[in-house]
Design a protein around this ligand. Structure first.
Ligand SMILES: [Zn+2]
Length: 288
């Protein structure tokens, strides 16, 4: 164990990155590791959804439709709330809007659009490489023109049926999900390629958000992740980097040199690194 003590160049007292950069909010303080600097994407998307939410019951109802995959002999129909329906309306070959099984989220939204259940689908996506994020993220707005009720119908086939095309002999309504109110919705997701749903927020029967989505999202505290500020707690040098770049440039009036995050040293649980200028200080980061 000889020499262990001389290798211990970590700070003698625990430093909190929030104190170094002078903020009280964890949302803006990135995780700092040797090959990564960025904030978790999921909470940044959730912050927007929580901020814009106007009716949690409506949000839960559309989420259930987006996530619901009917069983093998079942169909999920989305029925106009004003349409008077009877069990006969669900007979095989009916003209109601039934959702397919096994579709992923992207094709589910496309399906809903195809049937006219949703319209005006418009999305925004940001790659993790162009910002200080753990994953890419996406925001999609869409409009539900008429309130619909999701109805699950189970079809029973004759006993001799063995996979060949055959009409059901009878059918029954097994479940009626919560009605999906008309209005604007915002879908929040994370991922660079395959997206996973963070949540859905009901924006209201009318909303200004869809026409200027990114501007509204940018006003939500903790959402922006395109700029990274760095500050030393000892020499007080300040740097900044933008658009996911790892090159930190000195702020105007700061005498320190630029430096690359690849060259940073002395990573620790404090989410700070050794100051490349004064060597003795710790550099903390702020993403916004
Ligand atoms: Zn320093």
């Amino acid at each position: 164990m000889v020499g262990t003590a001389t290798l211990n160049i970590r700070p003698t007292q625990s430093i909190n990155a929030r104190d170094v950069v002078g903020v009280s909010n964890d949302l803006c303080c990135p995780r700092v590791e040797q090959f990564f600097i960025g904030v978790e994407s999921e909470p940044t998307v959730r912050a927007v959804l929580d901020d814009m939410e106007t009716d949690s019951a409506a949000s839960a109802a559309i989420r259930e439709v987006l996530d619901c995959f009917p069983g093998r002999d079942s169909s999920l129909y989305l029925v106009d709330m004003l349409r008077k329906i009877s069990l006969d309306d669900f007979s095989p070959g009916n003209d109601l809007s039934a959702l397919e099984r096994y579709s992923d989220r992207g094709s589910r939204l496309y399906e809903l659009e195809k049937y006219g259940i949703v319209t005006d689908v418009d999305g925004w996506h940001e790659d993790s490489s162009g910002a200080y994020l753990s994953d890419g993220r996406g925001l999609t707005t869409f409009y539900v023109p008429r309130t619909v009720i999701p109805v699950e119908v189970l079809y029973h086939f004759p006993e001799y049926w063995s996979g060949r095309s055959c009409s059901a002999s009878h059918w029954e309504i097994t479940d009626t999900l919560a009605r999906v109110p008309a209005g604007w919705y915002l879908l929040g997701e994370t991922g660079d390629h395959r997206m996973s749903t963070v949540g859905v927020a009901y924006l209201g029967l009318s909303s200004d958000v869809p026409s200027d989505l990114v501007c509204y999202a940018a006003e939500v505290e903790g959402f922006m992740a395109s700029r990274c500020d760095a500050r030393c707690n000892s020499c007080e040098s300040r740097w900044f980097a933008e658009s996911g770049s790892w090159k930190f440039e000195p702020e105007y009036g700061c005498a320190a040199d630029p430096w690359m995050f690849d060259d940073a040293e002395d990573f620790d649980v404090d989410d700070c690194v050794k100051c490349p200028y004064c060597i003795v200080g710790r550099v903390g980061f702020l993403v916004y």
